[in-house]
Design a binder for this molecule. Structure first.
Ligand code: 5GP
Length: 210
C-alpha cells in the first residue's frame, strides 16, 4: 500500500496551531494527529490519550532508552516526545500524520525522515500573540511571560522550515496549510504509482484517485 506523509506543524505558542491542526484533520480525508507523550501535568479540559499521553518522567526515560521516541524535547521545563510506532502506524495505513511539535522536535524529525514536510505558523503581529496567550486563560502570568520570550527565539528558528504560514485570519491560514498538504500528495514520489496504474494492462488500469 502507498505510504502516507509526515507533516510537522510548529509555531510559537499562542499562534493558533492547535486549532489549525484540528481543522485540518477535520477537513481532509486520510489525515491523523499523532498524540504526543508528555511529562507535563494535565491541564483543565485536557483528556489523557486525546490531547496527550500524560506519563511520569520515569516512563519517559524508559521510552527514550528503548528508542520508542522518534524525537523528544524539553519545552518550558517539561518533556514532550513523539512515538515512533504511532507515526509508523498512521503512515503505513496510507494516511498522513500531523505532528504538532516544537521547532527542536521538527528539526530532529527532518533529520530522521528527510521527506517530512515542515510547516511553520506565525502570528500576524506580536500584540495578537500576547492577547491570545492571555485570552485562553490556561497559563499563569509568569508562564505567559516565559512563553513570549521563547516565542521570539522560536520564530527565528522556524524560518528554516519548508513552508511559512501567517495566521492573520484562521480560515485563510487553514486553507494555506490545506494547499500544502494537497500539493504534497501530488508530488512525483507519491503520485507516480497511481499514474502508472492508469496505463497498466493497455489502458484497462485503475482510475486516478487523489
Ligand atoms: P503545550 O504544553 O502548550 O501543550 O505544548 C508546549 C509546546 O510543546 C508546544 O510548542 C508543542 O507544540 C510542543 N510539543 C507538543 N508535543 C510535542 C512533542 O511530541 N515533541 C516536541 N518536540 N514538542 C512537542
Amino acid at each position: 500500500m502507498e505510504k502516507g506523509d509526515v507533516f510537522v506543524i510548529s509555531a510559537p505558542s499562542g499562534s493558533g496551531k492547535t486549532t489549525i491542526c484540528r481543522m485540518l484533520v477535520q477537513r481532509l480525508d486520510n489525515m491523523e494527529l499523532s498524540i504526543s507523550y508528555t511529562t507535563r501535568p494535565r491541564k483543565r479540559r485536557e483528556e489523557d490519550g486525546k490531547d496527550y499521553h500524560f506519563i511520569d518522567p520515569k516512563k519517559f526515560d524508559m521510552m527514550i532508552c528503548s528508542r520508542e521516541l522518534l524525537e523528544f524535547a524539553s519545552v518550558y521545563g517539561n518533556r514532550y516526545g513523539t512515538s515512533r510506532e504511532a507515526v509508523r502506524s498512521i503512515v503505513s495505513r496510507g494516511r498522513d500524520a500531523v505532528l504538532e511539535i516544537d521547532v527542536q522536535g521538527g528539526k530532529k524529525v527532518k533529520e530522521e525522515l528527510p521527506e517530512a514536510v515542515l510547516v511553520a505558523v506565525f502570528p500576524p503581529d506580536w500584540r495578537s500573540l500576547e492577547e491570545r496567550l492571555i485570552g485562553r486563560g490556561r497559563d499563569t502570568p509568569d508562564e505567559v511571560r516565559d512563553r513570549l520570550r521563547v516565542a521570539g527565539e522560536e520564530a527565528r528558528e522556524l524560518l528554516s522550515y519548508d513552508y511559512l504560514v501567517v495566521n492573520d485570519e484562521l480560515e485563510a491560514a487553514v486553507t494555506r496549510v490545506e494547499w500544502i498538504v494537497r500539493a504534497t500528495r501530488l508530488r512525483r514520489e507519491r503520485a507516480a504509482a497511481r499514474v502508472k496504474k492508469i496505463f497498466d494492462g493497455n489502458g484497462e488500469g485503475k482510475r486516478w484517485r487523489e
